[in-house]
Design a protein around this ligand. Structure first.
Ligand SMILES: NC(=O)C1=CN([C@@H]2O[C@H](COP(=O)(O)OP(=O)(O)OC[C@H]3O[C@@H](n4cnc5c(N)ncnc54)[C@H](OP(=O)(O)O)[C@@H]3O)[C@@H](O)[C@H]2O)C=CC1
Ligand SMILES: O=C(O)CCC(=O)C(=O)O
Length: 411
């Protein structure tokens, strides 16, 4: 099932649980605006290359639309649409005053030079600059983009609108970024994992973990879980997967990766088949890469007791049903990976206030937000007698529906 069909299905199920009016349900599903632009750049060798860029702005009833920009060859309109919708429910679950959006460019960032990436980012920004803004739509990093990408967007946007640090989050600290934003999604994943395990009488230090993806989210989640005494017994990225039943030495692996070496060449681990990673024996599985990786083919073989969805939409609805029957507890993306957008909100607030917080304050506030939404989701699960995904969706959809109704339907 494609990402949009899956997201719509989860939304409709939540809307039914909440007893939403069918007209409101229809209106919440239709994106506010979908943007598709052509981006042509000269490559370093002088030839031209054309790419398609997207920004889907899903809903703004609770505030400016917010969400990352992804550079990946599989970026397509349906996927961006689904990810934008997920942002609307995610910001509502997190109780930050934003709506939802997402963007992307269909490209292979690893095959473009730094200057080609810069040109592509600037052309994309030129095409969308009048549709984004501090109080309309605030982009951030996602797969294949990072703080440097945000710096280029900020610079290009500022040429049209004047210096505007709050137009993007996840910026370098030197340009008004927030301390703690780089680690925030992974740190939020760690706080979410702690909260879920505690509910089940368990802890990070007594559990072992398998992680898919070792980029921004996966590497920070791995480091922070390792610091808490969790044992990471297998890990993989697009180049391959490795395992060590006694636990991988994550600081050494970070050093290895930062030196540009491939995971498979890391001493102190054996190489394993990447197809086995998601079905490896473990207590907690944390997908931190692409969507749809847990599906009806591999879900029956999953051995983890808990799945923490650090990636967006890693589990399709068919896998959800299979996992539920097996008793696997799935902590949904719109809560589990919300640490990124929560600290993006803190960054935006700091930019508007013109006052920088210290990292301790950022992490402490993040912890408060993550714990608070966990308890609100649990309360929703109890009142609706539903699982964590439906608890989170119902919480988010209900908050957006209330805001929409309060604004009124009159033209
Ligand atoms: N960045 C953020 O703040 C947030 C990100 N997310 C979500 O988290 C996920 C990861 O994002 P992020 O860490 O930022 O992205 P990055 O681009 O930093 O890292 C992505 C990681 O996934 C790996 N990967 C890509 N394709 C595959 C594959 N087919 N199999 C295994 N691994 C693969 C990459 O490997 P390699 O490096 O070798 O290419 C890399 O390790 C995405 O779903 C994103 O939407 C959610 C909330 C916030
Ligand atoms: O930090 C943000 O604004 C959004 C991050 C994001 O794209 C996500 O949560 O999926």
């Amino acid at each position: 099932m494609n990402a949009l069909a899956a997201t719509n299905r989860n939304f409709r199920q939540a809307a039914r649980l909440l007893g939403l009016d069918s007209k409101l349900e229809k209106s919440l599903l239709i994106p506010f605006r979908e943007i598709k632009v052509e981006c042509t750049i000269p490559k370093d060798d002088g030839t031209l290359a054309s790419f398609v860029g997207f920004r889907v702005q899903h809903d703004n009833s609770r505030g400016p639309m917010k969400g990352g920009i992804r550079y990946h060859p599989e970026v397509d309109p349906d996927e961006v649409n689904a990810l934008a919708q997920l942002m609307t429910w995610k910001t509502a679950v997190a109780a930050v005053p934003y709506g939802g959006a997402k963007g992307g460019i269909g490209c292979s960032p690893g095959e473009l030079s730094r200057s080609e990436l810069e040109r592509l980012t600037r052309v994309f920004t030129q095409k969308i600059h009048d549709l984004i803004g501090i109080h309309t739509d605030v982009p951030a990093p996602d797969m294949g983009t990072n703080s440097q990408t945000m710096a280029w967007i900020l610079d290009e946007y500022s040429k049209f609108h004047g210096h505007s640090p709050a137009v993007v989050t996840g910026k370098p600290i030197d340009l008004g970024g927030s301390l703690g934003r780089d680690a925030a999604t992974g740190r939020g994943v760690m706080y979410a994992t702690e909260a879920l395990l505690a509910e089940h009488g368990k802890s990070i230090s007594g559990s072992n973990f398998v992680i898919q993806g070792f980029g921004n989210v996966g590497s920070w989640a791995a480091q922070l879980i390792h610091e808490k005494g969790g044992k990471i017994i297998a890990l993989g990225d697009v180049t391959g997967s490795i395992r060590n039943k006694d636990g991988l030495d994550i600081p050494a692996l970070m050093k290895h990766r930062n030196e540009g070496a491939a995971l498979k060449d890391f001493h102190g681990a054996e190489v394993m088949d990447s197809a086995e990673l998601l079905v490896h024996e473990c207590d907690v599985l944390i997908p931190c890469a692409l969507g749809g990786v847990l599906n009806r083919e591999n879900a029956p073989d999953v051995k983890a007791r808990f799945i923490i969805e650090a990636a967006n939409h890693p589990t399709d609805p068919e896998a959800d049903e299979i996992l539920a029957k097996k008793g696997v507890v799935v902590l949904p993306d719109i809560y589990a990976n919300s640490g990124g957008v929560i600290v993006s909100y803190f960054e935006w607030v700091q930019n508007i206030q013109g006052f920088m917080w210290d990292e301790e304050k950022v992490n402490m506030e993040l912890h408060k937000y993550m714990n608070s939404s966990f308890h609100h989701i649990k309360a929703m699960c109890k009142s609706q007698d539903c699982n964590l995904r439906m608890g989170a969706f119902s919480l988010g959809v209900n908050r957006v529906a209330r805001a929409t109704l309060l604004r009124g339907w009159e033209a």
